[in-house]
Design a protein around this ligand. Structure first.
Ligand SMILES: NC(=O)c1ccc[n+]([C@@H]2O[C@H](COP(=O)([O-])OP(=O)(O)OC[C@H]3O[C@@H](n4cnc5c(N)ncnc54)[C@H](OP(=O)(O)O)[C@@H]3O)[C@@H](O)[C@H]2O)c1
Length: 210
């Protein structure tokens, strides 16, 4: 497959106030009891068909540790047999053949190793890794699922973002359980980075870019 055929997606589920987990990493708030009568209904079958379109997953070590914790509690492994690339500088347990660890330059990893091999590449968290992916201009789209709850404080969807990133709203879907899916496309061409906040401030409020 040619690198140009590939698509990098960042996807996570967040509270209305933009958090992907509480400060202690817990995600108990993901289960809500809302009902939106006009919303679409998600079925196990429709989710399974959609998941088949994903070719590989990329995640940070803390997300991986959370996934291992869920599995240990009997909730299963969410990524099936698909390759899962875990970013880490540590030695972590490798519980299945589909998991590979990577440490280092994320840009080279995505552009030289993942894009030539996979069509649909999903970054599934957490905040540190999705922030890094967006900041480096590696993503083609962001899928942001909002759960109908505000939790006040927690881990942000995009950690350590030091610049404004312009997005184009491409799709909106609302579900019967009150969740809203927003799909944004990146307005910069792939690999192009937006202007860091400090240089915009130095140039004054007009925010012109070169
Ligand atoms: N709501 C959702 O949809 C959702 C989705 C995913 C995760 N989460 C939650 O988010 C939390 C974790 O997010 P987080 O922001 O704290 O952490 P994270 O993004 O999952 O992981 C960050 C870690 O990844 C490693 N890393 C990142 N870039 C690297 C690189 N280029 N090379 C090598 N290692 C790299 C580093 O770990 P090392 O120290 O190992 O080097 C870094 O500390 C968990 O609580 C999880 O439950 C929620």
């Amino acid at each position: 497959m040619q690198a140009t055929d590939s698509r990098v997606t960042i996807h996570m589920v967040a509270s209305l106030d933009g958090f992907i987990a509480r400060k202690d990493g817990s995600v108990d708030w993901l289960e809500t009891s809302d009902e939106f009568a006009d919303g679409e209904t998600l079925t196990a079958e429709s989710i399974a068909v959609f998941l088949e379109t994903i070719d590989c997953y990329v995640m940070g070590s803390r997300t991986y540790e959370t996934a291992l914790g869920f599995e240990a509690k009997g909730f299963g492994w969410s990524y099936g047999e698909k390759p899962v690339f875990v970013l880490t500088t540590r030695e972590l347990p490798r519980t299945r053949d589909s998991v590979e660890f990577y440490s280092g330059d994320l840009e080279r990893f995505v552009n030289e190793r993942l894009r030539p091999r996979f069509g649909s590449i999903w970054f599934v968290g957490g905040g540190v890794v999705s922030g890094e992916c967006l900041r480096l201009g590696l993503a083609d789209e962001v899928r942001y699922s909002i759960v109908p709850v505000a939790i006040g404080e927690g881990i942000s969807f995009f950690g350590n973002l030091d610049r404004d990133v312009p997005l184009h709203l491409a799709e909106v879907k609302a579900y019967r359980n009150g969740m809203v899916d927003l799909r944004y496309e990146l307005r910069l061409s792939r690999g192009e980075r937006s202007t860091p906040k400090e240089s915009l401030e130095r140039r004054g409020s007009s925010g012109s870019t070169t």
